[in-house]
Design a protein around this ligand. Sequence first.
Ligand code: AP5
Ligand code: MG
Ligand code: ZN
Length: 218
Amino acid sequence: MNILLMGLPGAGKGTQSEHIVKDYPVIHIATGDIFREAIKNETPLGLKAKSYTDHGNLVPDDVTNAIVRERLEKDDVKTNGFMLDGYPRTSVQAQALDQNLAELNTQIDAVIYIDVDPEVLKDRLSGRIICRNCGATYHRIYNPPKVDGVCDNCGSTDFYQREDDKPEKVAHRINLQMESIRPILDYYEERGLLHKINGQQDIEDVYRDVRDILATIK
Ligand code: AP5
Ligand code: MG
Ligand code: ZN
């Protein structure tokens, strides 16, 4: 099973991915997570990406395409399939992905777009907190840990806010990505791959819609 999970910043891609990987063997590949990890470790990729991600701008296509290509070539992806979270985000990336998949002799089975109103996204991003130990994502109001201040997943009490979730960066990210995502949605719709789901429901209800789509593919 090879799927793309798309949506504007804060739509719930990461949150739904956490559910999906518990029920399906697919490999979760999130370009944003790869960049944040590289920045934390101060690798050459991290040094290149930091000035873009810090300001909520897109990392150049050639850099992003190369890291995705490298990840798609790994054996675990060949065996279990992939779930790309936050890639492609430009038409150039969508075309590079197609070419890479053709060379790797595989294809996309479904594209899931989590649709959420931009005004709602601002609230979601400004209230997001992440467990520093295991990366689980919460929201102070909409999706708090079961025990206040303690990660459900690993018990850690250490949470942080993403640099690009600061209020002054959030609106910029949303506006920029609204522009870049539109042509890609058209592109997948024309190919009959696009499934739009309502992202303004409870997390469990969004996930039920995701599962309904996944049930239609192998
Ligand atoms: P990335 O990490 O992908 O950031 P993003 O697209 O801005 O998306 P987010 O991770 O912010 O949102 P999400 O959809 O995962 O939402 P989440 O589930 O956390 O990318 C970061 C940066 O890396 C980019 O800005 C760019 O610089 C670079 N980059 C990445 N990919 C790139 C690419 N392809 N090309 C170039 N550059 C790239 O949920 C958000 C909040 O809402 C959480 O608090 C959650 O608890 C809550 N929530 C989730 N679902 C619901 C719900 N149904 N109801 C209520 N609350 C909910
Ligand atoms: Mg995410
Ligand atoms: Zn945790």
